[in-house]
Design a protein around this ligand. Structure first.
Ligand SMILES: Cc1cc2nc3c(=O)[nH]c(=O)nc-3n(C[C@H](O)[C@H](O)[C@H](O)COP(=O)(O)O)c2cc1C
Length: 362
């Protein structure tokens, strides 16, 4: 099937001309039911959709809602314009089986052969329009949600130069500004991306609990009781995840996991697959990381149950089938999302509407 985000075109061309394939055509989707589930207080027909990434703007979001994806995330925005990394931004990744952490320590092959693709890398650098441009566009995306559908606005902070104390204050303030700008669009749920792999996996914000607490407290003061979700990377060890959840679960409404797993990407000749300095490593997503999405969902559900806490879990990672959806719901996910799977199979949302809902009510 033709992907709705075309990896063979630049990010800018996708932004201007997309979506493509089935998302351009009229939708075969007919809503048969009234919303029966709730996701963070919002009525949803099926708690399934597309996470931050492939939905670049309102045109992509409207197409996703029209094709039966009911909980969709507008791609991560910043408080100022930021360019995408040079083309290509997406390559097919060829891993035999699961990209375990052990396997990810060795190079994996990546190229532009998208036939039978199951896993990809995405390397965009979190591009953003200026808020003057993305705010009205995100507001349009919010409006395109129908009955039983919800748009989530994803954002992240941008580091600035200066002395360390000032730098931290500015970094926190930038997060607050981003959250406020997203809230102004009318988005019903906010998602803070703490798992941006572009500054090196060891610096991921989600692994720095004290800084996350500072940022989230400041955001909470600014947004009042609006639902806020934290987007997480894969945590190799349990104690840091437990520490993060213990420190933040009273401040936020949910956790979304998982983001991509970083790996060194090489072409068939063994050379660097993505052009440019700092792009030796790219985030891998799709079927090869399904294990990580399931494991993080299970671990978050255990922390929720054992700690008698009340937060939503958004299960993400390698979801391609109705069975994958049901598995994550059964593991405790209140909502499930698919980025790579949905990109290459834009009718997945329609099929998920056929899945009987038997698991934990959202
Ligand atoms: C094209 C593309 C762009 C992405 N951009 C973002 C982003 O801007 N912010 C973010 O939090 N995650 C981003 N992601 C990560 C996804 O939200 C998701 O966590 C990851 O792809 C795993 O899901 P999957 O296996 O279904 O692809 C992106 C993923 C893809 C495929």
């Amino acid at each position: 099937m033709i992907p709705f985000y075309d990896p063979q075109r630049t990010y800018e061309d996708n932004y201007a001309l997309g979506p493509f394939g089935a998302f351009r055509a009229s939708s075969p989707f007919v809503r048969a039911e009234q919303p029966r589930s709730r996701f963070l207080g919002q009525p949803v027909t099926r708690p399934f959709g597309i996470p931050a990434g492939p939905l670049l703007n309102a045109a992509f979001c409207a197409a996703a809602f029209g094709h039966g994806f009911d909980v969709n995330v507008y791609k991560t925005v910043r408080t100022r314009a930021h360019r995408a990394y040079p083309f290509p931004n997406t390559l097919a990744v060829h891993v035999d089986g699961a990209l375990t952490m052990e396997r990810a320590a060795r190079p994996v092959t990546a190229d532009s052969d998208f036939r039978h693709v199951e896993s990809i890398t995405n390397s965009f650098g979190v591009p953003s329009r200026d808020p003057d441009e993305w705010q009205p566009d995100m507001a349009k995306a919010v409006q395109s949600a129908g009955s039983g559908q919800v748009l989530v606005g994803s954002f992240q902070g941008t580091r600035s130069d200066g002395h360390s104390a000032d730098r931290m204050a500015a970094y926190v303030a930038d997060h607050v500004r981003a959250a406020t700008l997203v809230a102004e669009t009318g988005a019903k749920v906010l998602e803070l991306n703490l798992s941006c792999p572009n500054e090196g996996a060891s610096n991921l914000l989600c692994f720095d609990t004290p800084t996350v607490v500072k940022i989230v407290e400041a955001i909470r003061n600014a947004i009042g009781d609006m639902p806020l979700v934290l987007k997480l990377a894969y945590f190799a060890e349990d104690p840091p995840l437990a520490k993060l959840v213990a420190a933040t679960s009273s401040l936020v409404d949910g956790y979304a996991a998982v983001n991509t797993i970083p790996a060194t990407l090489v072409g068939a000749d063994g050379g660097q697959a993505l052009p440019g300095k700092g792009r030796e490593v790219g985030g891998v997503c799709g079927a090869a990381i399904a294990w990580a999405g399931l494991e993080m969902t299970e671990r978050l559900a255990t922390l929720r149950d054992r700690g008698n806490r009340d937060f939503a879990i958004v299960g993400i990672g390698g979801v391609r089938t109705e069975h994958d959806y049901a598995t994550l719901r059964h593991a405790g996910a209140d909502a499930v999302m698919s980025a790579t799977g949905a990109m290459f199979d834009p009718l997945l949302g329609v099929r998920i509407h056929g899945v009987a809902e038997a698991s934990r009510p959202a």
